[in-house]
Write a new protein. Structure first.
Length: 149
């Protein structure tokens, strides 16, 4: 690495912020320092490894709130998260066809009817878990004295 900050000649008259210039003899001095490849007061030699770098990816955990609340359970059911198991809108659509329902659609409707208990079980389990969690939290608050304050 060559430090050529002190190798220049002053201009007779400054041109804006430029007060120094590199003359041909300055350039040749810099080139001689480069081609000599020796350490001096102007030149310092580094190993190639000193200029290498590595990129490290820092993974941070996704910040999410996993609190189970009654509103979130209702929102999940309204968003259709469990529609792959049972879709009430699809059932209504197929039931509206009445006697004109095709064989294929009748099979879909029967499959949806079979899946309804699974859907209700999952939704009920979420609600039961929420109620149990609320009761547990109330119990912990009672034991720790948070309700007494």
């Amino acid at each position: 690495m060559i430090d050529a900050t002190s190798i220049f000649h002053k201009l007779r008259k400054a041109a804006g912020n430029k007060k120094n210039e590199l003359l041909p003899e300055d350039r040749s001095k810099i080139v001689k320092l480069y081609t000599a490849f020796e350490e001096s007061e102007y030149c310092k030699i580094f190993k190639n490894e000193e200029f290498m770098y590595r990129e490290y990816t820092v993974m941070q955990p996704l910040q999410r709130s996993y609190a189970i609340t009654e509103e979130r359970i209702q929102q999940m059911l309204a968003d259709g998260t469990l529609n792959s198991v049972y879709d009430p809108a699809k059932v209504d659509e197929l039931e509206e066809q009445g006697s004109q329902i095709s064989v294929k659609d009748k099979m879909k409707l029967d499959k949806l009817y079979e899946q309804k208990p699974v859907y209700e079980g999952i939704a009920g389990q979420y609600q039961d878990d929420f109620k149990a969690a609320v009761k547990l939290a109330d119990f912990v608050d009672l034991i720790t004295g948070k309700w007494l304050r």
